[in-house]
Design a protein around this ligand. Sequence first.
Ligand code: SF4
Length: 177
Amino acid sequence: MKNPKFILGESHAASEKIRLSIISPSITCKAGCSHCCKRKIEITMAEAFLLYSNLEDTGEWESIKKECLNLQKFTSLDPSVWFKSEISCPLLDRESNLCRVYSLRPVVCSSHFVTSNPDSCSPSSSSNSYSRIDTSSIKKEFLDNISSLKDDIQKMIFPLSFALLLAERIRKEVISE
Ligand code: SF4
């Protein structure tokens, strides 16, 4: 099996950096603006394993796990209802409004950029008419990498909090075998 850190961490980060150096002048996203972290985020299990391992290593997993468990009651919510309910991602630091896993954040996050006024991204915005940069090529490259993985579980996609809890369960089951 290919190392997901290579697929998601190094090659993806490098490609993102090159692409962003081309389009960054028009990006209006700023550190501390976290409206998009209230979207219903879905990630691949390859990303979930990577994030879970990182959070275990940094000692942050137990507190994030509690948030993930609390969020399970919302997982069936429609994405638009989720967003309007302003349910934050469990990986968002509420004090700084920064992503706690920024360098390893899921591709759905790392490929989301707007060129419009960031206020338009707010769940409470009446217009909600923001302009996104087309990053479909970044996502395609990522999905091509994921599809080359032999382990089918890595390709599965779930809501972020559920995916992290599942990643922990699978990793712990593998260790106890
Ligand atoms: S993973 Fe990070 S960037 Fe993505 S929604 Fe969560 S806090 Fe925001």
